[in-house]
Design a protein around this ligand. Sequence first.
Ligand code: NDP
Length: 280
Amino acid sequence: MIRNIPKITLTDGNSIPQLGFGVWQMPNHEAQKAVSTAIDVGYRLIDTAQGYDNESGVGEAIAAADVSREELFITSKLRNGAHQYDDAMRAFDESLERLKLDYLDLFLIHWPVPEQDLYVDAWKALVALHEDGRIRSIGVSNFLPEHIERIGEATNLLPVINQLELHPLYQQRDVRNFHAGHAISIECYSPLGSGALLDNPTIAKIAKKHGKSIAQVILRWELDQGLVVIPKSTHEHRIRENFDAFGFSLDAEDTAALDGLDDPEDGKTGGHPATMNTLF
Ligand code: NDP
């Protein structure tokens, strides 16, 4: 029997599964295989992006899946080079075509790209697509509080979700307070630190105590905090393992040890939103 994953209700009234599947760094054929496996295992949230160049592979897997469209929660992200309003509209249409879908559950602006300074235009395009019913929920990724405030002021509509790098080495406590204050949900990308945490001795000790894997302990810690997580793997046994982050509890001592791993200076594995200006 497939486990029912808990859901988080977003401020627009839609709900998102708390555990999903990420497909960054997978070419089309690999994404197709991995997403098919993930859907068979029970994942319903799939996270891709125009910049991953694998929406076609994801689309093939969705088309072949033995579950209805309504059961799935499909996310993609607008590429950095398409922030101008008309470009964003066109890029969205192309995403739907590659994914073979007629709507997305969630569409995000991938990065704010401050040097280009067009993310308000991009947000206006997402708002229009949302009003047209072609995107059920709209959000952002890698947005700092100042970027969110600006799009809110321009359109009177805040994103329902911000997808951010978040894991025990990079916990973003102050940023999370801002999001809680605006009821914006957080989706953790690189929830396993893009692999950097998988030999951490502190987490290994906790994992041994519970008879679980390091990845399962990390995901449990994130799920306990009401965060959405989207681990990526190309290996079936890990895809299954990550889906099984339920049925055990971390105690106060475990949680304190994981909380203590925060390293705001050096814990980040990916680019920083203030300086990431690469166009793709
Ligand atoms: P993750 O934190 O999910 O870690 C993935 C790495 O860990 C891979 O090397 C994978 O290897 C390995 N791994 C996964 N599960 C296990 C396990 N149970 N045991 C041992 N190793 C494991 O990294 P990502 O950076 O891929 O982040 C996840 C998703 O977040 C992405 O796929 C993407 O969808 C999203 N993302 C979004 C970004 C954004 O800017 N919005 C930026 C980065 C990611 P293997 O595949 O070989 O199994």
